[in-house]
Design a protein around this ligand. Structure first.
Ligand code: FES
Ligand SMILES: [Fe+2]
Length: 370
């Protein structure tokens, strides 16, 4: 029987991870195998691909994936390698295919659904059958407008894996929200430092005085504190209504939000690479991508209702500006953490009671790594 926590308590004796988890190339390869090539990972928003043929590329370790919209307006994903001699097909991070996908080496052509539809001079080859050489498909799911892909040969059932959060964020109606802005950051730190930093506000009074003026790090409560999904809410201080430059709402509250949630921000980490922040009037999410053991790329997007984005009556940029500043503070301290952890003098140290989610993250992470 597995032990189920019923309250958010710090795991007894919990301490930070060993240095190798932040510095070792061997551990990074193991993370690709056990985590990134074996779990559902968030790969952005469906609405980023609005027209047939539009595509984006996800590069992760040795793998590269094409995510595109086909002619039936469905999102599809394929491994980004030609079935002839294995050449990577797309180099640019995004773009638009006209009608089909052509490899730039010998001109094999694939439909947007990945079927091989043209292979010059191959008709003279005995037993060569185009249907055997389509692009390798990648399992894909869309949840609340977010795209998830899974590089495992036997992916877990998405609905089962995500059961603890499916339906949980109904009030925000996230599938109806659109990207107002997206920023991409390069961080000189291990990807887990970004996730761990997000999972606590113990650092808020020191590192983010402006954020600490909006919510107190001791307010609120974690409501998911074990497993793949971790997080909870914080309450806004008196006279503060949202997380923006002014501390005021930057546009009207989303229509489904209850009174109780008008005064809260919810923060969740969704294993392994997604961070989801729900405000009364907008949603922000990050995706985190390892780039070697001591580097990562973080993408951050701000989602609003369509009519807010198209109107010039509101100030969604106030949310972007505030979080862009806060993000940079977080990335900088994560880079300093990476530098310190690399020292021969670093050794694991106890977590505080405000860092119970980090202990929970580490526990879940280690259970997958070992
Ligand atoms: S490698 Fe793609 S067509 Fe030859
Ligand atoms: Fe922070």
């Amino acid at each position: 029987m597995t032990f189920k926590k019923t309250a958010d308590t710090l795991i007894k004796g919990a301490h930070t991870l060993d240095r190798d988890y932040y510095t070792s190339k061997k551990i990074l390869s193991q993370e690709y195998e056990n985590i990134f090539f074996n779990h559902w990972i968030c790969a952005g928003r469906e609405s980023e691909l609005s027209k047939a043929g539009q595509y984006k590329i996800i590069n992760i370790g040795s793998e590269s994936i094409i995510i595109l919209k086909n002619h039936n307006n469905k999102i599809r994903s394929h491994y980004n390698l030609c079935r002839h001699r294995g050449t990577r097909i797309c180099e640019k991070p995004n773009g638009k295919f006209s009608k089909s996908i052509q490899c730039g080496y010998h001109g094999w052509v694939y439909s947007l659904d990945g079927n091989l539809i043209g292979s010059p001079h191959m008709d003279t080859i005995q037993n060569f059958n185009k249907t055997d050489y389509g692009l390798h498909p990648v399992p894909l799911q869309v949840w609340e407008g977010f795209i998830f892909i899974n590089l495992s040969e036997n992916p877990t059932d998405f609905k089962k894996s995500f059961a603890p959060i499916i339906g949980r964020f109904k009030q925000w109606n996230i599938s109806e929200l659109y990207t107002f802005e997206k920023k991409i950051y390069k961080v000189k730190g291990n990807w887990k430092l970004v996730i761990q930093n997000y999972c606590e506000c113990y650092h808020c009074p020191i590192l983010h005085p402006d954020l600490a003026a909006i919510h107190n790090y001791m307010s609120g409560k974690n409501d998911l504190f074990e497993g793949a999904f971790l997080g909870g809410y914080m309450e806004f201080n008196k006279n503060k209504n949202s997380i923006t430059e002014s501390g005021e709402l930057c546009c009207p509250i989303l229509p489904g939000i209850t009174n109780e949630n008008e005064n809260r921000v919810y923060y969740y980490s969704i294993f392994p690479n997604m961070l989801l922040s729900l405000h009364p009037e907008y949603v922000m999410f990050h995706t985190v991508w390892p780039e070697g053991n001591n580097r990562c790329i973080v993408e951050c997007s701000w989602l609003f209702n369509k009519h807010i984005i198209s109107s010039n009556k509101y100030q969604p940029q106030d949310a972007v500006k505030f979080w862009d500043m806060t993000n940079k503070q977080d990335w900088h301290i994560s880079e300093l953490s990476q530098l310190g952890i690399q020292s021969k003098m670093y050794s694991p140290s106890p977590y505080s009671g405000q860092e119970s989610l980090l202990a929970a993250f580490d526990k879940y992470y280690l259970s997958i790594m070992n």
